[in-house]
Design a protein around this ligand. Structure first.
Ligand code: PBG
Ligand code: MG
Length: 352
């Protein structure tokens, strides 16, 4: 008997037969064959989520040694600067490449024009400096928009019930410069004013920040799913009206391509679609059309829905989180901003 690798070839070549289930349908193709075991599923898996795909948004609040829960985002806290540094350390340990910072501004510091946004020592700038001091290799993304700083909760200047575009852009350029000065790596304009990417790019370049990247919230929809975020930054109660004159209509899709095209032409290095899961069709169109580094934001309301159901025992925690995140990869996203970043990274690092 011929011996190869220690086993009789005749035996090795005997096909495995499941005699108990002799097929009665005459099918050439049976899709289930490739799903028969974990190793076989791994072999044909088309998309994978890794820790490299994650951006973790954090909320900063004044104080020290403080972690203040946010009622509508169970499991997410507002962090004082020192605690923000601790979570930055956690991000480093979990191989999360980048965090995003959002401030809760004291009501007394909010005004009509959002002037605190330009304070080089505001909470965001303090956090960037503190984190960069300890963890220079962690990427930091800062949002550019005025809503955490304005008394009326809008992203731009409000005059006679209208949001001024060009006047707002001039302020956003200053805000971007203040954040770049603090050490921010990625400027992420989330305001949806027209022309802001070009203006910010020019401002950064003039200021000597040619290496600072821009991730444009290019296709950002006027969404009910931002509710918990507005609780977190304290703009929910003060917001007058809604943001439908500058954020996109959720019924539109072609318009997203025009928005993205403009932001790319204006110098965006990366583009974002927001919200996430309800807009995966937009992610796919954007990726297919422009082949740009494309990100999606799984926003606060999406987090609240999933976390709420998990906490009620209605959905399995790990499986739901991982399924929701790989969906972004399947849709063509290169990465996801998600409040589940640490949970997902822990799960990924633990392996299967
Ligand atoms: N312009 C600010 C901004 N940046 C990110 C979000 C939402 C993020 C989330 O819901 O998690 C918002 C809220 C808004 O536009 O009202
Ligand atoms: Mg635009």
């Amino acid at each position: 008997m011929a011996i190869k690798f220690g086993r009789p070839i005749e035996l090795r070549d005997t096909p495995h037969r499941d005699t108990a289930a002799a097929p009665s349908l005459d099918l050439t193709t049976r899709m289930r064959r490739n799903r028969k075991s974990e190793w076989a599923r791994r072999l044909v898996r088309e998309n994978v989520l890794t820790t490299d795909d994650l951006i973790w948004p954090l909320f900063v609040v004044d104080g020290s040694n403080l972690r203040a829960p946010i009622a509508s985002m169970p499991g997410v806290d507002r962090l004082s600067v020192d605690q923000c540094v601790r979570d930055a350390e956690r991000a480093m340990k979990l191989d999360i490449p980048c965090i995003a910072l959002f401030p809760y501004t004291e009501p007394s510091l909010r005004d009509e024009t959002g002037s605190e946004a330009l304070n080089a020592n505001n909470l965001v700038c303090q956090s960037v400096r503190a984190i960069k001091r300890e963890f220079p290799d962690l990427g930091i993304l800062c949002d550019v928009a005025l809503d955490p700083f304005t008394s009326h909760g809008h992203d731009g200047l409000l005059q006679d019930g209208r949001i001024l575009n060009d006047e707002t852009v001039a302020i956003l350029v200053q805000q971007a410069l203040v954040q770049a000065e603090a050490g921010c790596d990625i400027i992420a304009p989330s305001d949806m004013m027209d022309g802001r990417v070009a203006a910010i790019r020019a401002g950064l370049d003039r200021g000597g920040f040619g290496d600072v990247q821009i991730m444009a919230y290019a296709a950002k929809y006027a969404s009910a799913f931002y509710g918990p975020f507005r609780d977190a930054i304290g703009s929910a109660k003060t917001l007058t009206g809604d943001k439908r004159t500058y954020q996109m209509d959720s019924a539109n899709s072609d318009e997203a391509l025009r928005e993205v095209e403009l932001d790319i032409a204006e110098g965006a290095d990366m583009v974002m679609v927001k919200p996430g899961l309800p807009y995966l069709d937009i992610v796919r169109r954007v990726k297919d059309t422009f082949a740009m580094p494309t990100f999606a934001y799984q926003v606060s309301g999406e987090y609240a829905m999933i976390a709420g159901a998990i906490n009620n025992g209605w959905l399995d925690r790990d499986r739901t989180i991982m399924e929701s995140l790989v969906a972004f990869k399947r849709a063509g996203a290169d990465g996801v901003l998600t409040y589940f970043a640490p949970q997902a990274a822990e799960k990924l690092k633990a392996g299967r």
